[in-house]
Design a protein around this ligand. Structure first.
Ligand SMILES: [Zn+2]
Length: 426
């Protein structure tokens, strides 16, 4: 069994347990920092956490030192590996038409007419082979790891036909199999109504919802291709009623739930909370009256400021309002070709600090332990504690606040995923 000992950690951010449930309010700032720390990992699990001095005095460690791989962290900062709880990695091409057209002031419709928009991603996925998609997802996973992410939620959603959605989920599964980190697959057949169903609006939209519920979902469940079902619930996407239909169908198949909500317009949360989703994501537009009910649940509000940044919006999700109300907030990249082409959790955290006024400590908790809650893996991910998976990220920094401070540069020098190290320091 492989054993790794990290020593001489300048600041180890443990995020060790601060009570039950996801972090809320003041507990978001309790990082549980250990100075001059050491972490022992055996067989992919964290076995002990403490100071370097104590670790080097430990009789078992002294006796077995030759068999243990020792990594000197040189006084650097070590965090729990990031849990990126919202990504769309299954696509073939960047959307450069959208990028350039949007800069020049084109509308969504004008971008679509110029051959951009979600349509171009759908065409790309439908035409691609499973192995081509798998290669794309594998490259994304490698890139995520190099930025400190060790657990990632990965959605389908650019196939939007039975065959192409299953192909997308199979690509996620195949890529996950080769990656030492942890992948949480999500079926997002209800990402958009595909072009062939858009002809006669409402009636055809219901036909596509029926396809998702009656044909796609049973295959996803039977083949265990996803743990979560997600719905893009918003103006111009799926209505509250359609979302409820899809949630009810997913529940019948024992799949867990999450949704994109409030990116473009306000939608009341009550009807969705009834289904106990693990996470509601974006949340740019939320009715104040819904916050007390949301705060009573373990449903996480996952904020994705990379999308606001890349779309050039001046408005960001109101993180302070959520935190003040006791809502559990997480941060994620929303990695996707249309609105958030970044794999960097430190970038998302930097935006959370500068544009959403979250403190560096809150941003770290939101990117680790609360991300783990958002994918229902808080029992094994998101903090550095004995018994949890050995998922760690080492940064070229001596103070944790530097992680969101040095924006636009990757300062992660080592990632350990389920005990497997990779990166320049290794
Ligand atoms: Zn998304």
């Amino acid at each position: 069994m492989s054993a790794t000992l990290l020593v001489d950690i300048g600041q180890l951010v443990t995020l060790r347990s601060a009570g039950d449930g996801p972090r809320r309010g003041a507990s978001l700032s309790e990082l549980g920092i250990i100075q001059d720390a050491a972490v022992l990992c055996i067989g992919g699990k964290i076995v002990s956490v403490g100071t370097t001095k104590d670790a080097l005095r430990d009789p078992w460690l002294k006796k077995n030192r030759k068999k243990i791989v020792e990594i000197d962290c040189g006084g650097r900062v070590v965090l729990p590996g990031f849990v990126d709880s919202h990504t769309h990695p299954v696509f073939m091409q960047p959307r450069l038409v959208d990028f350039e057209k949007r800069i020049s002031g084109a509308s969504y419709e004008e971008i679509a007419e110029a051959g951009g928009g979600i349509r171009s991603s759908i065409d790309g996925v439908r035409k691609a082979s499973k192995s081509a998609l798998t290669q794309k997802v594998s490259a994304v996973l490698a890139d995520l790891a190099s930025h400190g992410t060790t657990t990632v939620e990965a959605k389908s959603g650019y196939g939007l036909s039975l065959e192409s959605e299953m192909k997308s989920l199979e690509a996620i599964r195949a890529a996950a199999h080769e990656w030492p980190g942890t992948v949480v697959p999500t079926f997002l057949g209800a990402h958009a109504v595909p072009p062939e169903y858009r002809v006669h609006s409402q009636e055809r939209s219901q036909q596509y919802v029926d396809l998702v519920c009656n044909e796609m979902l049973p295959v996803v469940a039977k083949r265990k291709l996803a743990q979560f079902v997600d719905v893009f619930s918003d103006r111009g996407a799926f209505s509250a009623e359609e979302t409820a239909q899809i949630f009810a169908a997913a529940e019948r198949h024992h799949l867990a739930l999450r949704a994109h909500v409030g990116q473009l317009s306000e939608m009341r949360l009550g009807p969705l909370l009834r289904y106990q989703p693990a996470s509601l994501d974006h949340m740019d537009y939320v009715n104040d009256a819904d916050l007390p009910a949301l705060a009573q649940t373990d449903t996480v509000a996952t904020l994705v400021p990379g999308a606001n940044y890349f779309l050039g919006l001046s408005r960001y999700p109101d993180a302070r309002r959520f935190i003040a109300a006791g809502v559990a907030v997480a941060l994620a990249t929303d990695y996707n070709p249309g609105s958030s082409p970044t794999l960097s959790m430190p970038m998302a955290m930097s935006l959370a600090c500068t544009h959403m006024k979250m403190s560096p400590a809150e941003a770290i908790a939101a990117a680790t332990i609360n991300g783990a809650w958002a994918v229902r893996l808080a029992g094994s991910k998101g903090s550095v504690e004995a018994g949890k998976d050995a998922d760690l990220a080492v940064f070229e920094d001596s103070d944790y606040r530097e992680v969101p401070y040095w924006f636009g540069a990757n300062r992660c020098v080592l990632t350990i995923m389920n005990g497997v190290p990779s990166g320049p320091l290794w």
